[in-house]
Design a protein around this ligand. Structure first.
Ligand code: ZN
Ligand code: ZN
Length: 367
């Protein structure tokens, strides 16, 4: 069938909206009519070339939609089911899956990061050429075929644009606070960076009962937004961040600090804000190959812990529904995370707005 999609053909060039040929789902695959896709930094790294990927590729990995057809073996998913897409599908039987770390599942890493279905082939063509599917999802397309294991069936009484955000920013952020760091009630939290992931960390920390929650960002509008989502204190990064954090934490520094941007210099600065015995959680994805220079002498003497958080340490089939239940019961504010909605043909404008820091989250809504 023909469908229309946003395609990247070369790094450094804008998205182009093209008609592509989409095959029917094969074994253990599902055809989805996409309803909404979040505008996430990781796709932008593809567009700029910071992440190298075979092209042409259809980006979009923060999506939700409705099942239109299922391939053989995928019949535990039904036509008409609502699904949120998981960009790290898990096998359920490898070492990591068996040790409650399905976000680190190694079985499907190779085909998914190669932009293929799990059998190593593609379902999409453009002018006869193979098209790659970012994270095996290619969500910036009106219709797409994805692996069964990338689909998390969700309740039908939540908006699909909200469900889309759960598939990346919200899982990454709320999960970083709840699952990776395991913030406890009464603990102090500092969050560096108040984009979609940072705001989700703030909400996760709030759900864990953290106090105080201190938000830091370089832009004034963003720290005000952070207060809306539960930060008691909001600081501009040009201010005396260390001094203010210490004043809020009896001079010690915070129990938990989260870096939500993925910038090495900020990651190093974040460690200074952690109290002795406290934890720094790195939840922002920095481009591959970047490194930091942490002071090992201090790490030892002050017993600070540094944790990586990949996809919020979530187990998607368990935690996407949990996050949507929290949304439904009014405990997780996802409606206000969406700053602006765009049509698919406005995708370049959406990424421009994101790059300029204008969005908590933008969402492309397919009509
Ligand atoms: Zn993302
Ligand atoms: Zn696995």
């Amino acid at each position: 069938m023909k469908t229309s999609a946003a395609l990247l053909t070369h790094p450094g060039q804008p998205f182009r909206i093209e008609a592509v040929d989409l095959d029917q789902p094969q074994a253990n695959e599902v055809l989805i009519r996409i309803a909404a896709v979040g505008v996430c930094h990781s796709d932008w790294h593809l567009a700029t070339g910071a992440t190298r990927h075979p092209m042409p590729v259809i980006p979009g990995h923060e999506g939700a939609g409705v099942v239109e057809a299922v391939g053989p073996g995928a019949d535990d998913v039904k036509v008409g089911d609502h699904v949120a897409l998981n960009w790290a599908p898990a096998c359920g039987s490898c070492f990591y899956c068996l040790h409650d770390r399905s976000n680190l599942c190694e079985t499907y890493t190779a085909p998914v990061w190669a932009g293929m279905m799990l059998d190593g082939t593609s379902r999409i063509r453009w002018n006869g050429q193979t098209v790659y599917s970012y994270c095996g999802l290619a969500a910036f397309s009106r219709r797409t075929v994805v692996p069964r294991n990338s689909c998390v069936v969700i309740r039908k009484d939540v908006p699909l644009e909200v469900a889309a955000l759960v598939g990346c920013a919200v899982a990454t952020g709320v999960g970083a606070a709840m699952f990776t760091a395991g913030v406890k009630s009464g603990q102090s939290v500092v969050v560096l960076g108040c984009g979609g992931v940072g705001l989700s960390i703030i909400q996760g920390a709030r759900l864990c009962g953290a106090s105080p929650i201190i938000a830091v960002d370089s832009q004034t509008p963003k720290i005000w937004v952070a207060k809306h989502f539960g930060a008691q204190s909001a600081i501009l990064s040009s201010d005396d961040v260390l001094g203010i954090v210490k004043r809020h934490t009896n001079g010690r520094g915070a129990d938990h600090v989260f870096e939500a941007v993925g910038v090495p210099a900020l990651q190093e600065k974040a460690l200074d804000l952690v109290r002795p015995g406290g934890t720094l959680t790195l939840a922002g994805l920095s481009p591959m190959g970047t490194t930091t220079n942490f002071p090992s002498a201090l790490l030892t003497r002050q017993e600070k812990t540094i944790k990586g958080s990949y996809y919020g340490t979530v187990h998607a089939p368990r935690d996407f529904p949990l996050l949507l239940d929290l949304y439904h019961s009014g405990k997780l504010n996802l409606d206000d995370m969406i700053t602006r909605r765009y049509r698919l043909d406005q995708i370049n404008e959406a990424y421009r707005d994101m790059a300029e820091g204008k969005l908590a989250r933008g969402v492309v809504v397919m009509e």
